[in-house]
Design a protein around this ligand. Structure first.
Ligand SMILES: [Ca+2]
Ligand SMILES: [Ca+2]
Length: 346
């Protein structure tokens, strides 16, 4: 159900974001997203058991899959503690997570199966050794479900198209420990294609639409949050102020001039949405920095539609350390230094 709500948000908001410029592509995207929605709704069991009234788990046991730093830390997969989606998860993240789910929880009638509920990172599957101890091993790409169409293809940073994200991550896993594997990331969703270079004036338009989009995502979540599981109470209080502000620019198709004017006039309404999105992405680990992997749920679906995505996020990383810090993030969305507030990342 929550997936359905998230999906409609994605459809609505992604549509709004790129409607005018890319209406034909959007149609393809809507079909793609609808297919994902269907997939998500028909395969709820893959999610594993969901604990009601989940306790707040501070440290997510899922470790970061791909780090861009040179020294990739060696991490051990841990059994999953709880699979419930974090409160207020970004719908874009939710859907992408569903899409590039290469993690398999092996279902087995034998309750003793140690692989049951054993969580492996993308590209790996659980197997038991002689001692019946579960372990994660690289998935054979040929065991990935065949792609249902082009919309399941993904493009790697090596500009190679993979049948699905499962095929991509299984291939990447096999290259683990090599330079090639280290450099390889999922670039965007869809087959590799020519993406026209982003020129300066186009780059300056990108944050205008993105900020407006983030604000509308939050307002939509607020309006639909009947079950109190889309936004936390703290988040709701923040969004309530935006929602109830009479001066708020209503969701719709706006010219860039109007968006720019609104950002100037109603600047305060944009501060929280920019912080909120950062918090949604900064999860593995929660450290005030976004790695390539953490950013991926946002950028991978956007790149085929918004050709400035890559350049925008590259330039966000002002100190070029391969991570986007909160300060860098806020700055590239036009948030003034004095308004950057860690406490808003809630
Ligand atoms: Ca992080
Ligand atoms: Ca940086």
């Amino acid at each position: 159900m929550r997936m359905g709500i998230g999906m409609s948000n994605v459809l609505f908001l992604l549509f709004r974001l790129t409607h005018k410029r890319l209406s034909l592509k959007m149609r393809v995207w809507i079909i793609f997203l609808l297919c994902l929605a269907g997939k998500a709704l028909t395969a709820p069991t893959e999610e594993g058991p969901i604990i009601d009234e989940d306790p707040i788990v501070e440290e997510d046991p899922i470790v970061e899959e791909e780090s861009i730093v040179d020294e990739e830390p060696i991490v051990e997969e841990e059994p999953i503690v709880e699979e419930e989606m974090e409160v207020g998860a970004n719908p874009v993240q939710v859907e992408t997570g569903e899409f590039d789910e290469a993690i398999e929880v092996i279902e087995d009638v034998v309750t003793e199966n140690p692989c049951l509920n054993y969580h492996c990172k993308k590209g790996k599957v659980c197997e038991v050794d002689e001692g019946n101890t579960p372990m994660c091993v690289c998935q054979d790409p040929t065991t990935c479900p065949p792609a249902n169409g082009e919309f399941e293809h993904v493009c790697g940073t090596n500009n190679k198209t993979y049948d699905s994200s499962c095929h991509f991550f299984a291939t990447k896993c096999a290259l683990e420990g090599t330079k090639k594997g280290h450099k390889l990331h999922l670039d965007y969703i869809g087959p590799c294609k020519f993406i026209s270079p982003c020129v300066d004036h186009e780059l300056s338009e990108f944050p205008l639409r993105m900020r407006d989009w983030l604000k509308n995502v939050l307002v939509t979540l607020y309006e639909r949050d009947e079950d109190h599981n889309l936004l936390s109470e703290k988040q709701k209080l923040r969004v309530k102020k935006i929602f109830e502000n009479e001066k708020r620019l209503q969701a719709g198709e706006h010219s860039l001039d109007l968006l720019a004017h609104d950002f100037e006039k109603n600047y305060n309404m944009y501060i929280f949405p920019v912080h909120w999105q950062f918090g949604q992405l900064d999860q593995h680990p929660i450290d005030g920095f976004l790695s390539h992997t953490e950013l991926s749920p946002l950028r991978a679906p956007l790149i085929p539609m918004e050709h400035c995505t890559t350049r925008f996020f590259e330039e966000c990383d002002a100190d070029k350390d391969k991570y986007i810090a909160l300060e860098e993030w806020a700055d590239c969305f036009g948030i003034k230094e004095q308004d950057i507030d860690k406490d808003l990342v809630i």
